[in-house]
Design a protein around this ligand. Structure first.
Ligand code: GAF
Length: 347
């Protein structure tokens, strides 16, 4: 049988966390770390996944429920491919990836989107990247059971390495945002991994759902921050979750403006404010990441913040290009558990 290949990048979110299921904006960028899938269709309903040097191998069935196993995204993607009419049976998949798992860099979305893209080639279908991203979110929400938004799937499906997009998660309109040529967006892993399936992401989503009801507003990002602060009779935790979403959405808009003006000082200050909001209002940071962010800034980054779903994973920092290597070695010397993952410099 013929084989079909797809490569999909990891993503780093520059700013706009937990806004994507609250009707707001996000600003993700594609990394050079990436995931490759080679798909060979099968006529039976079996799935064989080989991810040597990455995860191992697994034998699954198209008819199986999610098992909280690393191969669930692949199985869910193949079930979705079947329901889209892209495949008739199972498949053999060979996966290679340089995207660290559990790092907040969308390794799961990359696997799902890569399988869907390879299935699209196998069917000679013209289904769009955006439609595949929407299908990939269904796999996360309905098959795996993570109530995530749409940012990761769109980011990895439509952007090229080094490219950032401002994405409106309500309309799915997006546009490319030029990154500063004289600064690098550096991605450093804290050394503390986390899983989106561990329940904490779901808890935040439930708190946001409760906030939506308490404030009587469908999109938390569209609430006025002062209204959130002043509204009487709101539970303190719910108020803080809503405040993060509303202020974070506004920070994304301001960040896009700052980048358009080439103002990396203003952009960095917004990253710092974003981190403080994630730490204090959304309570999704951990002490090791707070310390990494503080040192990233004291060593010369114009701004730094936790990136991704939270509770571990990576930080992203905006660092003057000429000092990035020294900045990095000084930072890693202070944080032995941390490690360099990738950096983006505008081309
Ligand atoms: C994870 C989710 F998958 C995204 O949808 C998004 O909510 C992000 O966390 C937080 O901004 O990556």
């Amino acid at each position: 049988m013929e084989s079909f290949h797809a490569r999909v990048p990891g993503r780093v979110n520059l700013i706009g966390e937990h806004t994507d299921y609250n009707g707001g904006m996000v600003l993700p960028a594609a990394l050079s770390v990436a995931l490759d899938v080679t798909l060979t269709p099968r006529s039976d309903r079996r799935i064989s996944v080989s991810a040597r040097g990455y995860r191992g191998s697994a034998e699954r069935s198209l008819d199986e429920d999610a098992l909280d196993h690393w191969s669930d995204p692949a199985v869910g993607a193949l079930r979705e491919a079947a329901s889209l009419g892209l495949l008739e049976g199972g498949a053999s998949l060979s996966i290679q990836s340089t995207i660290p798992a559990g790092a907040g860099l969308s390794s799961s979305a990359a696997l799902i989107v890569a399988v869907l893209k390879a299935a699209r080639y196998s069917a000679g279908s013209s289904i769009s990247d955006l439609d595949l991203a929407v299908a990939a979110r269904r796999v996360e929400n309905d098959y795996i059971g993570v109530p995530c938004g749409i940012m990761d799937q769109v980011a990895v499906a439509v952007t090229q390495p080094g490219e950032a997009i401002a994405l409106d998660t309500q309309t799915l309109d997006y546009r490319t945002v030029a990154l500063p040529p004289d600064h690098a967006m550096a991605v450093i892993h804290s050394g503390h991994s986390r899983k989106l399936t561990d329940g904490r992401y779901k808890t935040r989503k439930e708190e946001c759902d409760a906030a939506r009801i308490a404030f009587g507003e469908e999109s938390l990002c569209l609430l006025e921050p002062d209204d959130i602060r002043d509204r009487p009779g709101i539970d303190d935790t719910i108020r803080k979750r809503a405040l993060h979403c509303a202020t974070e959405h506004r920070r994304v808009l301001a960040a896009v403006d700052a980048l358009a003006k080439g103002d990396t000082t203003a952009f960095g200050a917004l990253m710092n404010d974003s981190h403080a909001s994630m730490r204090d209002d959304f309570e999704m940071s951990i002490p090791a990441i707070d310390a990494l962010v503080a040192d990233a800034v004291s060593l010369g980054a114009t701004g730094a913040r936790l990136t991704g779903g939270g509770f571990g994973g990576c930080i992203v920092a905006c660092v003057p290009g000429g000092m990035r290597e020294k900045w990095q070695s000084d930072l890693l010397a202070r944080h032995p558990a941390a490690r360099y993952v990738d950096h983006i410099v505008a081309g």
